[in-house]
Design a protein around this ligand. Structure first.
Ligand code: IPM
Ligand code: MG
Length: 353
C-alpha cells in the first residue's frame, strides 16, 4: 500500500507527523505501507516555484492513497493565482479526478460542551456531507478580471455537466444506502440554471435508488437548518462551492474544526485524505495544533481506499478513548480537562491503539 505523504504548510507538518506515527504502529502490527514524502503548496512554491511540482505529480499518480496536512499562508497572497498554494491543492484534486469529497460531521459525546450550540441540539450528531470537488465555479471557464467600459469586471462561471452530476449523485445514493437511507440534495434551484440541472439529474438518479428517501433544500435554508436542527440530516450532497461553505459551518457543530477528517475519492477509491481545516499559520510550530482530524483521516484512508474497516475502527476507538481520558488540545479544551500539545496527543492516541 503506497502512500504519498504531503505535509504542506503551517501546522501541516506537525499534524501529519502524528498521523504517520499511527501508520507506523499499524506497520509494526503487520500491515505493509510504503510512505514517500513530497512537496505541495507553499513549501513547494518556496522550493521549486510551483505549488504542485512535477515530482509530486508523479508520486501522486503512482500512490494508492495520499495523506495531506494543509496548504496556504498569507505570505503567498500577492503571488499570481497559478503560483499560490491553494492552486496546488485544486490541481491535485482535478488531475487525479478526486471528484467525491466525503466530510463526516460527527460529534464525540465527550465534546458536547465544546460546541457553541446547546448540547440537546447536537448530541448524537452524525452527518455526512458529500461535496462535488472537481467542478462548479471553482473550475468553470471563462474566469478572470477584465477591463470593460473603463471599469474592471471580475467573473467566474458556475457550470456542471450532467455527467458530473450523475457520478456524484450515484456516490451519494450508494453511501446513503449504507447509512440511514436519507439523502438531502442542496442547491439554489430558485435562482440558478446550473442548480436546476443539478436537481433534475439528482431526481433522475433517484429512480435507481427507490429505497433511499431523497429530499431537496435550497442552500440558504440549508445553512440555517444546519444550526437550527442539524440532526434532521443524514447524508447531504451538494456542489463544490456550497459544499465548501456548508462543511465549514457544519464543523462547528462538533466543537472544533480540528476534529474533522475528509476523503476525496476518484471512481476507483484512490483517495486524498486530509483534515478539513487549513494551515493555521498563527499556531504553526507551537505544538498546540489538534492532530486528531489528520489521524481520523488515516482511519478514513484505511476504510475507503484499503478496505481495512477493522483498522479504521481501531483508530477511531483510540481517539474516543483519548477524549474519554479527558486529554484535549487547546482548541477543544474546557475547564477540568487536561490540556496537552500536538505530539502528546499523538502519544495518547498511540497508547490507546
Ligand atoms: C477546503 C478548502 C479549499 C477549498 C481551499 C484551501 C482551496 O477551503 O478544502 O475546503 O476551497 O476547497
Ligand atoms: Mg473550505
Amino acid at each position: 500500500m503506497k502512500i504519498a505523504v504531503l505535509p504542506g504548510d503551517g501546522i501541516g507538518p506537525e499534524i501529519v507527523a502524528q498521523a504517520v506515527r499511527v501508520l507506523e504502529v499499524l506497520t509494526s502490527d503487520g500491515m505493509k505501507f510504503e510512505l514517500e514524502t513530497a512537496l505541495l503548496g507553499g513549501c513547494a512554491v518556496d522550493a521549486t516555484g510551483n505549488p504542485f511540482p512535477e515530482e509530486t505529480r508523479k508520486l501522486a499518480i503512482e500512490a494508492d492513497a495520499l495523506l495531506l496536512g494543509a496548504v496556504g499562508g498569507s505570505q503567498y497572497d500577492e503571488l499570481p493565482r497559478e503560483k499560490r498554494p491553494e492552486r496546488g491543492l485544486l490541481s491535485i484534486r482535478k488531475d487525479l479526478n478526486l471528484f467525491a469529497n466525503l466530510r463526516p460531521v460527527m460529534l464525540y459525546s465527550e465534546l458536547e460542551d465544546a460546541s457553541t450550540l446547546k448540547p440537546e441540539v447536537i448530541s448524537g450528531l452524525d452527518i455526512l456531507i458529500i461535496r462535488e470537488l472537481t467542478g462548479d465555479i471553482y473550475f468553470g471557464e471563462p474566469r478572470g478580471i477584465k477591463l470593460h467600459d473603463d471599469q474592471r469586471l471580475g467573473f467566474n462561471t458556475m457550470i456542471y455537466s450532467e455527467a458530473e452530476i450523475y457520478r456524484i449523485a450515484h456516490v451519494a445514493f450508494r453511501v446513503a444506502r449504507k447509512r440511514n437511507k436519507k439523502l438531502c440534495s442542496v442547491d439554489k434551484m430558485n435562482v440558478l440554471e446550473c442548480s436546476q440541472l443539478w436537481r433534475d439529474v439528482v431526481i433522475e438518479v433517484s429512480q435507481e435508488y427507490r429505497d433511499v428517501e431523497l429530499s431537496h433544500m435550497l442552500v440558504d435554508n440549508a445553512a440555517m437548518q444546519l444550526v437550527l436542527e442539524p440532526k434532521q440530516f443524514d447524508v447531504i450532497v451538494t456542489g463544490n462551492m456550497f459544499g465548501d461553505i456548508l462543511s465549514d459551518e457544519a464543523s462547528m457543530l462538533t466543537g472544533s474544526i480540528g476534529m474533522l477528517p475528509s476523503a476525496s475519492l476518484d471512481d476507483k477509491n484512490k483517495g486524498l485524505y486530509e483534515p478539513i481545516h487549513g494551515s493555521a499559520p498563527d499556531i504553526a510550530g507551537k505544538n498546540i495544533a489538534n492532530p486528531l482530524a489528520t489521524i481520523l483521516s488515516v482511519a478514513m484512508m484505511l476504510r475507503y481506499t484499503f478496505n481495512h474497516e477493522e483498522a479504521a475502527v481501531r483508530i477511531e476507538n483510540s481517539v474516543k478513548k483519548v477524549l474519554a481520558q479527558n486529554y484535549r488540545t487547546r482548541d477543544i479544551c474546557e475547564p477540568g480537562m487536561k490540556e496537552i500539545g500536538t505530539a502528546e496527543m499523538g502519544d495518547a492516541v498511540l497508547k490507546n491503539l
